[in-house]
Ligand binder design. Structure first.
Ligand code: HEC
Ligand code: HEC
Length: 151
């Protein structure tokens, strides 16, 4: 019993260390430097280009964020990839506030879909647990079909 228990603990320890090593270097920087004063949620509800992120990060460093100068480009690259700019328009706010609760914006932007495919996708997100009322569903559906549709 005891031996089996400690073997299991060892396996779990190895698995979790492996996970940490596999994490994106930019994500690791964010987790280390950006959670002293607020949660990463305030970061995840943004959608900015490289200039915007660069400006924001230097403001945060002025406020006291502990991020080495040479690490700034890695963090900017990560944030632009995961929380880069999104086209303006109705529906954007819902996406930034609701859809980022489980994954980043890249996941949403990486594939183009027809209106029917977006509808199917959104229904599967409701099944995953996304909270959208009927009005938000319609607004997000129109936004995605317009901006990330098939030409
Ligand atoms: C020393 C404390 C501190 C650290 C560390 C810190 N922040 Fe902040 N951050 C703040 C404060 C205070 C605010 C809210 C006031 C403001 O918007 O200036 C804020 C707000 C923000 C906002 C929201 C701005 C908005 O418009 O709502 C973003 C985005 C942000 N921080 C990003 C970051 C990033 C990225 C890092 C890591 C590089 C970071 N912060 C680390 C103090 C900090
Ligand atoms: C409660 C959690 C949750 C919320 C909220 C959520 N999703 Fe997802 N989403 C998932 C999960 C789980 C997956 C499966 C892939 C993964 O593990 O990353 C996924 C995957 C996706 C994918 C990729 C699907 C594919 O086949 O490649 C898209 C696009 C997507 N979500 C869009 C959205 C949009 C748009 C919203 C907001 C309306 C949203 N998601 C909100 C959990 C969520």
């Amino acid at each position: 019993m005891c031996v089996a228990g400690s073997a299991l603990a060892l396996v779990l320890a190895v698995v979790s260390t492996g996970g940490a090593q596999d994490a994106d270097p930019g994500e690791r920087l964010m987790n280390a430097a950006c959670q002293d004063c607020h949660s990463v949620r305030v970061i995840q509800v943004q959608a900015m280009d490289a200039d915007g992120w660069m400006k924001r990060i230097s403001q945060e460093i002025d406020k006291g964020a502990k991020l080495a100068k040479e690490d700034v480009p890695t963090l900017v690259e990560y944030l632009v990839r995961t929380h880069g700019p999104m086209p303006d328009g109705p529906g954007k706010e819902v996406i930034l506030n609701t859809c980022t609760q489980c994954h980043d914006l890249y996941r949403i932007k990486e594939n183009r879909r027809s209106p029917e495919e977006w509808e199917e996708l959104l229904v599967s997100m409701l099944n995953e647990g996304a909270q959208l009322n009927d009005e938000e569903f319609a607004r997000v559906h129109a936004y995605l079909s317009r901006n990330f549709g098939i030409e």
